[in-house]
Design a protein around this ligand. Structure first.
Ligand SMILES: *[C@@H]1O[C@H](CO)[C@@H](O)[C@H](O)[C@H]1NC(C)=O
Ligand SMILES: *[C@@H]1O[C@H](CO)[C@@H](O)[C@H](O)[C@H]1NC(C)=O
Length: 279
Protein backbone atom coordinates (compact mmCIF):
# COMPACT_ATOMS: atom_id res chain seq x y z
CA UNK A 1 0.00 0.00 0.00
CA UNK A 2 1.42 3.37 -0.95
CA UNK A 3 1.86 5.98 1.74
CA UNK A 4 0.55 8.46 -0.82
CA UNK A 5 -2.94 7.04 -0.82
CA UNK A 6 -5.52 9.58 -1.78
CA UNK A 7 -8.89 9.67 -0.12
CA UNK A 8 -11.10 12.46 -1.38
CA UNK A 9 -11.01 13.69 -4.96
CA UNK A 10 -7.28 13.48 -5.35
CA UNK A 11 -6.44 14.91 -1.94
CA UNK A 12 -4.02 12.94 0.22
CA UNK A 13 -5.25 14.68 3.34
CA UNK A 14 -8.18 16.93 4.10
CA UNK A 15 -9.23 18.44 7.43
CA UNK A 16 -11.93 16.63 9.33
CA UNK A 17 -14.57 19.30 9.03
CA UNK A 18 -18.06 19.44 7.62
CA UNK A 19 -18.51 23.02 6.45
CA UNK A 20 -22.22 22.52 5.89
CA UNK A 21 -22.70 22.38 9.65
CA UNK A 22 -21.68 25.58 11.37
CA UNK A 23 -19.76 27.02 8.40
CA UNK A 24 -16.71 29.09 9.32
CA UNK A 25 -16.74 32.82 8.62
CA UNK A 26 -13.05 32.79 7.76
CA UNK A 27 -10.76 29.98 6.59
CA UNK A 28 -7.06 30.79 6.90
CA UNK A 29 -4.83 28.72 4.60
CA UNK A 30 -1.14 28.68 5.49
CA UNK A 31 1.40 27.55 2.89
CA UNK A 32 3.67 25.26 4.87
CA UNK A 33 6.42 22.70 4.39
CA UNK A 34 7.04 19.32 6.02
CA UNK A 35 10.02 20.47 8.09
CA UNK A 36 8.10 23.32 9.65
CA UNK A 37 6.48 21.34 12.45
CA UNK A 38 7.66 23.84 15.08
CA UNK A 39 6.11 26.70 13.15
CA UNK A 40 2.83 24.85 12.68
CA UNK A 41 2.71 24.10 16.40
CA UNK A 42 3.29 27.78 17.22
CA UNK A 43 0.54 28.85 14.79
CA UNK A 44 -1.87 26.25 16.25
CA UNK A 45 -1.29 27.63 19.72
CA UNK A 46 -1.54 31.29 18.76
CA UNK A 47 -3.27 33.10 15.90
CA UNK A 48 -4.25 29.88 14.11
CA UNK A 49 -6.16 28.33 16.98
CA UNK A 50 -9.82 27.80 16.16
CA UNK A 51 -11.78 30.62 17.76
CA UNK A 52 -14.93 32.67 17.61
CA UNK A 53 -14.55 36.44 17.15
CA UNK A 54 -17.68 38.61 17.21
CA UNK A 55 -19.76 35.43 16.86
CA UNK A 56 -17.79 34.41 13.77
CA UNK A 57 -15.87 31.15 13.58
CA UNK A 58 -12.30 31.20 12.31
CA UNK A 59 -10.35 28.07 11.34
CA UNK A 60 -6.78 27.63 10.12
CA UNK A 61 -5.43 24.87 7.86
CA UNK A 62 -1.99 24.09 6.45
CA UNK A 63 -1.23 23.50 2.78
CA UNK A 64 1.37 20.83 2.06
CA UNK A 65 2.66 19.12 -1.05
CA UNK A 66 4.19 15.66 -0.96
CA UNK A 67 7.68 15.08 0.30
CA UNK A 68 10.40 13.67 -1.91
CA UNK A 69 11.31 11.35 0.95
CA UNK A 70 8.47 8.86 1.33
CA UNK A 71 9.58 8.07 4.89
CA UNK A 72 8.49 11.59 5.91
CA UNK A 73 4.91 10.87 4.97
CA UNK A 74 3.99 8.75 8.05
CA UNK A 75 4.95 11.73 10.24
CA UNK A 76 2.56 13.93 8.26
CA UNK A 77 -0.18 11.31 8.49
CA UNK A 78 0.31 11.25 12.25
CA UNK A 79 0.19 15.04 12.49
CA UNK A 80 -2.90 15.13 10.31
CA UNK A 81 -4.58 12.50 12.48
CA UNK A 82 -3.80 14.46 15.60
CA UNK A 83 -4.69 17.99 14.47
CA UNK A 84 -6.96 17.35 11.47
CA UNK A 85 -5.81 20.59 9.87
CA UNK A 86 -3.72 19.50 6.89
CA UNK A 87 -4.65 19.85 3.25
CA UNK A 88 -2.27 17.82 1.09
CA UNK A 89 -1.99 16.73 -2.50
CA UNK A 90 0.59 14.75 -4.38
CA UNK A 91 2.85 17.33 -6.03
CA UNK A 92 6.50 17.88 -5.27
CA UNK A 93 6.76 20.49 -2.54
CA UNK A 94 9.19 23.10 -3.88
CA UNK A 95 9.24 26.87 -3.90
CA UNK A 96 8.42 26.92 -7.59
CA UNK A 97 5.36 24.77 -6.98
CA UNK A 98 3.78 27.36 -4.69
CA UNK A 99 1.23 28.15 -7.39
CA UNK A 100 0.08 24.51 -7.30
CA UNK A 101 -0.15 24.74 -3.52
CA UNK A 102 -2.40 27.79 -3.68
CA UNK A 103 -4.54 26.21 -6.40
CA UNK A 104 -4.92 23.18 -4.15
CA UNK A 105 -6.18 25.50 -1.40
CA UNK A 106 -8.69 27.09 -3.79
CA UNK A 107 -9.83 23.65 -4.93
CA UNK A 108 -10.31 22.53 -1.34
CA UNK A 109 -12.42 25.60 -0.52
CA UNK A 110 -14.51 25.20 -3.66
CA UNK A 111 -15.07 21.48 -3.07
CA UNK A 112 -15.31 21.18 0.69
CA UNK A 113 -16.07 24.61 2.13
CA UNK A 114 -18.01 26.90 -0.24
CA UNK A 115 -20.24 27.72 2.76
CA UNK A 116 -17.51 29.82 4.39
CA UNK A 117 -17.60 33.60 3.89
CA UNK A 118 -13.93 34.54 3.50
CA UNK A 119 -10.59 32.90 2.80
CA UNK A 120 -7.13 34.13 3.68
CA UNK A 121 -3.97 32.72 2.10
CA UNK A 122 -0.79 33.40 4.04
CA UNK A 123 2.68 32.04 4.80
CA UNK A 124 4.08 30.36 7.87
CA UNK A 125 6.47 33.17 8.83
CA UNK A 126 3.61 35.63 9.20
CA UNK A 127 1.86 36.96 12.26
CA UNK A 128 -1.87 37.31 11.63
CA UNK A 129 -4.26 39.25 13.86
CA UNK A 130 -7.60 37.44 13.42
CA UNK A 131 -9.43 39.89 15.72
CA UNK A 132 -8.69 42.97 13.67
CA UNK A 133 -9.15 41.12 10.38
CA UNK A 134 -12.64 40.00 11.44
CA UNK A 135 -13.53 43.47 12.65
CA UNK A 136 -12.46 45.03 9.36
CA UNK A 137 -14.20 42.41 7.21
CA UNK A 138 -17.44 42.95 9.11
CA UNK A 139 -17.07 46.71 8.78
CA UNK A 140 -16.34 46.41 5.05
CA UNK A 141 -19.54 44.38 4.69
CA UNK A 142 -18.71 42.81 1.34
CA UNK A 143 -19.85 39.36 0.33
CA UNK A 144 -18.83 38.70 -3.28
CA UNK A 145 -16.07 39.54 -5.75
CA UNK A 146 -13.97 40.97 -2.94
CA UNK A 147 -10.18 40.69 -2.85
CA UNK A 148 -7.74 42.55 -0.61
CA UNK A 149 -4.17 42.43 0.68
CA UNK A 150 -0.85 44.21 0.30
CA UNK A 151 -1.18 45.72 -3.14
CA UNK A 152 1.79 45.57 -5.51
CA UNK A 153 1.46 47.86 -8.50
CA UNK A 154 3.56 48.37 -11.61
CA UNK A 155 5.48 45.16 -11.11
CA UNK A 156 7.43 43.68 -13.98
CA UNK A 157 9.24 40.40 -14.68
CA UNK A 158 12.82 40.05 -13.44
CA UNK A 159 14.90 38.91 -16.42
CA UNK A 160 18.12 38.26 -14.51
CA UNK A 161 18.54 34.44 -14.36
CA UNK A 162 20.36 34.69 -11.01
CA UNK A 163 17.31 36.08 -9.26
CA UNK A 164 14.87 34.03 -7.21
CA UNK A 165 12.12 35.81 -9.12
CA UNK A 166 13.59 35.20 -12.57
CA UNK A 167 10.95 34.68 -15.24
CA UNK A 168 11.96 33.93 -18.82
CA UNK A 169 10.24 35.41 -21.86
CA UNK A 170 8.94 31.94 -22.66
CA UNK A 171 7.20 31.79 -19.28
CA UNK A 172 5.87 35.32 -19.46
CA UNK A 173 6.39 37.30 -22.67
CA UNK A 174 4.95 40.62 -21.50
CA UNK A 175 6.89 43.41 -19.79
CA UNK A 176 4.42 44.22 -17.06
CA UNK A 177 2.62 42.27 -14.38
CA UNK A 178 -1.00 42.97 -13.52
CA UNK A 179 -1.62 44.60 -10.15
CA UNK A 180 -1.49 41.86 -7.57
CA UNK A 181 -1.43 41.31 -3.82
CA UNK A 182 1.66 39.92 -2.14
CA UNK A 183 1.40 36.19 -1.47
CA UNK A 184 2.46 36.87 2.12
CA UNK A 185 -1.18 37.50 2.95
CA UNK A 186 -4.33 38.20 1.00
CA UNK A 187 -8.02 37.80 1.77
CA UNK A 188 -11.00 37.23 -0.49
CA UNK A 189 -14.69 36.41 -0.38
CA UNK A 190 -15.19 32.66 -0.81
CA UNK A 191 -16.93 32.93 -4.21
CA UNK A 192 -13.62 34.20 -5.62
CA UNK A 193 -12.02 30.80 -4.85
CA UNK A 194 -14.31 29.07 -7.32
CA UNK A 195 -13.95 31.77 -9.97
CA UNK A 196 -10.17 31.71 -9.69
CA UNK A 197 -9.96 27.94 -9.68
CA UNK A 198 -11.97 27.69 -12.89
CA UNK A 199 -10.19 30.51 -14.70
CA UNK A 200 -6.75 29.22 -13.62
CA UNK A 201 -7.10 26.37 -16.14
CA UNK A 202 -7.14 28.89 -18.98
CA UNK A 203 -4.20 30.97 -17.85
CA UNK A 204 -0.61 30.04 -18.74
CA UNK A 205 0.97 28.64 -15.59
CA UNK A 206 3.32 30.99 -13.79
CA UNK A 207 5.46 29.77 -10.90
CA UNK A 208 5.15 33.12 -9.10
CA UNK A 209 2.05 32.40 -7.10
CA UNK A 210 0.95 35.93 -6.29
CA UNK A 211 1.42 37.19 -9.85
CA UNK A 212 -0.51 34.16 -11.12
CA UNK A 213 -3.38 34.97 -8.75
CA UNK A 214 -3.21 38.57 -10.03
CA UNK A 215 -3.51 37.30 -13.62
CA UNK A 216 -6.57 35.23 -12.68
CA UNK A 217 -8.20 38.24 -11.01
CA UNK A 218 -7.46 40.52 -13.91
CA UNK A 219 -9.03 37.93 -16.24
CA UNK A 220 -12.09 37.87 -13.98
CA UNK A 221 -12.15 41.67 -13.80
CA UNK A 222 -12.12 41.49 -10.02
CA UNK A 223 -10.56 44.66 -8.63
CA UNK A 224 -8.09 44.67 -5.75
CA UNK A 225 -9.49 46.70 -2.91
CA UNK A 226 -8.26 48.14 0.35
CA UNK A 227 -9.63 46.71 3.58
CA UNK A 228 -9.07 49.87 5.57
CA UNK A 229 -8.07 53.45 4.83
CA UNK A 230 -4.76 52.82 6.64
CA UNK A 231 -2.32 50.07 5.66
CA UNK A 232 -2.96 46.87 7.65
CA UNK A 233 -1.28 44.16 5.55
CA UNK A 234 2.45 44.51 6.19
CA UNK A 235 4.84 42.37 4.19
CA UNK A 236 7.76 43.57 6.28
CA UNK A 237 8.42 42.94 9.90
CA UNK A 238 6.70 45.29 12.32
CA UNK A 239 8.36 45.44 15.72
CA UNK A 240 5.98 44.34 18.41
CA UNK A 241 3.99 46.69 20.56
CA UNK A 242 0.46 45.81 21.69
CA UNK A 243 -1.00 48.99 20.22
CA UNK A 244 0.67 48.47 16.85
CA UNK A 245 -0.33 44.83 16.62
CA UNK A 246 -3.93 45.53 17.55
CA UNK A 247 -4.28 47.59 14.38
CA UNK A 248 -2.58 45.38 11.84
CA UNK A 249 -3.62 42.24 9.99
CA UNK A 250 -0.18 40.85 9.03
CA UNK A 251 3.46 41.27 10.01
CA UNK A 252 6.25 39.32 8.30
CA UNK A 253 9.42 37.40 9.27
CA UNK A 254 8.22 36.25 12.67
CA UNK A 255 9.82 33.19 14.29
CA UNK A 256 7.75 30.56 16.14
CA UNK A 257 9.08 31.78 19.50
CA UNK A 258 8.20 35.38 18.66
CA UNK A 259 4.73 34.29 17.59
CA UNK A 260 4.13 32.98 21.11
CA UNK A 261 5.53 36.08 22.79
CA UNK A 262 3.70 38.55 20.52
CA UNK A 263 0.46 36.60 20.76
CA UNK A 264 0.47 36.60 24.54
CA UNK A 265 1.31 40.32 24.51
CA UNK A 266 -1.60 40.98 22.16
CA UNK A 267 -4.10 38.85 24.10
CA UNK A 268 -3.11 40.38 27.41
CA UNK A 269 -3.73 43.90 26.16
CA UNK A 270 -6.74 43.27 23.96
CA UNK A 271 -9.12 45.27 26.17
CA UNK A 272 -6.68 48.06 26.95
CA UNK A 273 -7.02 51.48 25.40
CA UNK A 274 -4.32 52.68 23.06
CA UNK A 275 -3.40 56.36 23.14
CA UNK A 276 -5.11 58.07 20.24
CA UNK A 277 -6.58 54.74 19.24
CA UNK A 278 -3.95 54.37 16.52
CA UNK A 279 -0.67 52.49 16.35
C1 LIG B 1 5.97 20.43 -9.28
O1 LIG B 1 5.24 19.26 -9.02
C2 LIG B 1 5.15 18.39 -10.15
C3 LIG B 1 4.20 17.26 -9.78
O2 LIG B 1 4.68 16.55 -8.66
C4 LIG B 1 6.55 17.90 -10.50
O3 LIG B 1 6.47 17.06 -11.63
C5 LIG B 1 7.43 19.11 -10.81
O4 LIG B 1 8.76 18.69 -10.99
C6 LIG B 1 7.39 20.11 -9.67
N1 LIG B 1 8.05 21.31 -10.12
C7 LIG B 1 9.06 21.86 -9.49
C8 LIG B 1 9.61 23.10 -10.09
O5 LIG B 1 9.52 21.41 -8.45
C1 LIG C 1 -24.31 45.54 4.45
O1 LIG C 1 -24.65 45.51 3.09
C2 LIG C 1 -25.99 45.17 2.81
C3 LIG C 1 -26.18 45.13 1.32
O2 LIG C 1 -25.23 44.28 0.72
C4 LIG C 1 -26.93 46.16 3.47
O3 LIG C 1 -28.26 45.76 3.27
C5 LIG C 1 -26.64 46.24 4.96
O4 LIG C 1 -27.41 47.26 5.55
C6 LIG C 1 -25.16 46.54 5.19
N1 LIG C 1 -24.86 46.49 6.62
C7 LIG C 1 -24.12 47.41 7.22
C8 LIG C 1 -23.88 47.20 8.66
O5 LIG C 1 -23.64 48.36 6.64
Amino acid sequence: MSVFQTNNRGFLKVPDMDCRKNPPFLVILVASHHDQIKTRMAIRETWGKERVVADKRIVTFFLLGSTLHPHDQPTILMESLLYKDIIQKDFVDTYYNLTLKTLMGLEWVRTFCPQSSFVMKTDSDMFVNPFYLTELLLKKNRTTRFFTGALTMHGHPVRDPRSKWYVSREEYPWNKYPHYCSGAGYVFSTDVATHMYIVSKKIPFLKLEDVFVGLCLSHLKIKLEVLCSKPVFFIRRIEFSPCRYKKLVTSHFITPTEMMVFWHGLEKSIDEECPGGHP
